[in-house]
Design a protein around this ligand. Structure first.
Ligand code: NDP
Length: 478
């Protein structure tokens, strides 16, 4: 782990976006830099009345937006992606400070670049009507059109990327969108929306920063026809309950506890780097990160030591320091969860291979990369989502047991299998998860559908399936 060094001075434009979106002097809620805990700005605080007004305006703006047609909307969304590129460094720096993720590594600059890439994919993915029956007697076509107003409720871990995942397809399909960002990362989301609104017509895309009650109102609002939600399983459950009132269609991307299975015969040194980033991308604060690793007894110690060696090379610290690739936990709540789980693991016989205690010398919310060996199913660090820089490593001798372990929890977002590709594919088909990666973990692609099973939610994002999920079908028969 590195020491904190001097970070680069902000450039003159860095605070332009911040000033555009933050609350007027003396108003709003203080937002802290995740690494230094200094105030970086003040988030506006909106109420349920503000939310209702935003939905009313979005509803009024929707028909004209839909009437523009796919071609015109696509052209505007491509311009919006260019606007993200034009503000990329400002967005990345604000994101880095508010969320904590470093500029470099698979972090803030990567996230902002991903926003532009995903928006372009949403803008250009073709979605043609399908002729579903044409047998001489019946001619039936399946068309897709806008739902109306879409509500987008997002988390704090990948706040910009997930916002784009939620709003890009929705806008492309002719919906207008109201966004409720997480209270932990409102400024960077509002900055992103402000950049997109340099291009989009008024009221097509609105951000309403507020608390959970504002989110609950958005999800259950009678004029909202679709809710895109990413966050905890507990909140997802409340949104399902709320949807009994408005019959909103839902896409729920909830928490996970992704298992990885390393098969006998895998090469520990060859896979260590990819295992590391599968688990520790965004300092472990990623829904589809590798959160429990099952390793065959024959190579167990070799995998543990290869991972330890990779971890030792990864600098952690202030995100604005160009050399860092790991940052702090974003908030105190998450820091406390991680600390508790490591302490419980230690008390239950877990062997701390590296890390294992907070790193206050780096800052209040820093927790070093922690590898916990010799733990078993049933210990909290294995059974609960840690959502931080900690990886439990469980030993197995029979691959059947590893499959049973991987499937035994009530969540199923992702999973991975490491080793011979053919063997790994056989195991993959037996895992209960929305995505199973072979010899990697967590990589997403704008054309590959993404979504969970069991308590990790339902509905697909990305690609053609993602466009369909923010549309209502219309069958023309005759
Ligand atoms: P939450 O589910 O509490 O928050 C996600 C979003 O939902 C936030 O914008 C939040 O607003 C909003 N919200 C809160 N209550 C309601 C409600 N009743 N109706 C509608 N929206 C609501 O997640 P947290 O951020 O608190 O994180 C808790 C846990 O969730 C983490 O420890 C992690 O396990 C998991 N998580 C999973 C993520 C993923 O990508 N799948 C991302 C982040 C967290 P507000 O911020 O104002 O409370």
């Amino acid at each position: 782990m590195s020491e904190v060094t001097t970070v680069s001075a902000p450039d003159a434009d860095e605070f332009t976006l911040l000033h555009r979106v933050q609350a007027p002097e003396g108003e709003g809620r203080e937002i802290l830099d995740a690494a230094t805990r200094e105030v970086i700005g003040r988030a506006p605080v909106r109420t349920i009345t503000d939310l209702d007004e935003a939905v009313t305006r979005a509803k009024a703006a929707q028909p004209a937006w839909e009437e523009r047609g796919h071609e015109e909307r696509s052209a505007l969304l491509l311009k919006a992606a260019d606007a993200i590129d034009a503000h990329a460094e400002e967005l990345a720096r604000l994101l880095s400070r508010e969320q904590g993720k470093p500029l470099n590594g698979p972090n803030a600059r990567f996230e902002v670049g991903g926003c532009a890439a995903w928006l372009r994919a949403s803008a250009t993915t073709p979605l043609q009507p399908e002729v579903v029956v044409d047998d001489g007697e019946t001619h039936a076509e399946l068309h897709y059109r806008a739902v109306g107003v879409v509500g987008a409720i997002g988390p704090w871990n990948w706040p910009l990327m997930i916002t784009i995942w939620q709003i890009g397809p929705a806008l492309r399909m002719g919906n207008t969108v109201v966004v409720k960002p997480s209270e932990n990362t409102p400024l960077s989301v509002l900055a992103l929306l402000s950049v997109l609104n340099e291009v989009l017509p008024a009221d097509v895309l609105t951000g309403v920063p507020g608390d959970g009650a504002v989110g609950a109102r958005l999800a259950s609002h009678p004029d909202v026809g679709k809710v895109m939600f990413t966050g905890s399983t507990a909140t997802g459950r409340k949104i399902v309950e709320g949807s009994a009132g408005n019959f909103a269609r839902l896409t729920l991307e909830l928490g996970g506890n992704d298992a990885g299975i390393v098969l006998p015969g895998a090469d520990p040194r060859a896979i260590a780097q990819d295992l590391f980033w599968g688990a520790f991308i965004n300092t472990g604060q990623t829904c589809a990160a590798l959160k429990r690793l099952y390793v065959h007894d024959s190579i167990y110690e070799d995998v543990v030591s290869a991972l330890r060696d990779v971890a030792a090379e990864m600098p952690m610290g202030n995100g604005l320091d160009e050399k860092n690739v790991l940052g702090p936990l974003q908030n105190q709540q998450q820091f406390d969860i991680v600390s508790r789980l490591v302490e419980e693991a230690r008390a239950n016989g877990g062997r701390i291979v590296t890390g294992g205690a907070p790193a206050p010398e780096l800052g209040e919310l820093f927790y070093p990369v922690t590898l916990v060996a010799d733990v078993t199913d049933g210990v909290a660090i294995v059974d609960e989502e840690q959502f931080g820089p900690v990886l439990p490593i469980v030993r197995y001798t029979d691959v059947e047991d590893a499959i049973t372990s991987a499937n035994r929890l009530d969540v199923g977002l992702g999973a991975s299998v490491w080793g011979d590709r053919d063997e790994a594919r056989k195991v993959a088909f037996r895992l209960q998860a929305g995505t199973v990666w072979i010899n990697s973990h967590g990589g997403v692609h704008p054309m590959a559908p993404f979504g969970g099973v069991k308590g990790s939610g339902y509905g697909l994002e990305f690609g053609v399936e993602g466009l369909k999920s923010v549309a209502v079908p219309l069958v023309i028969n005759g």
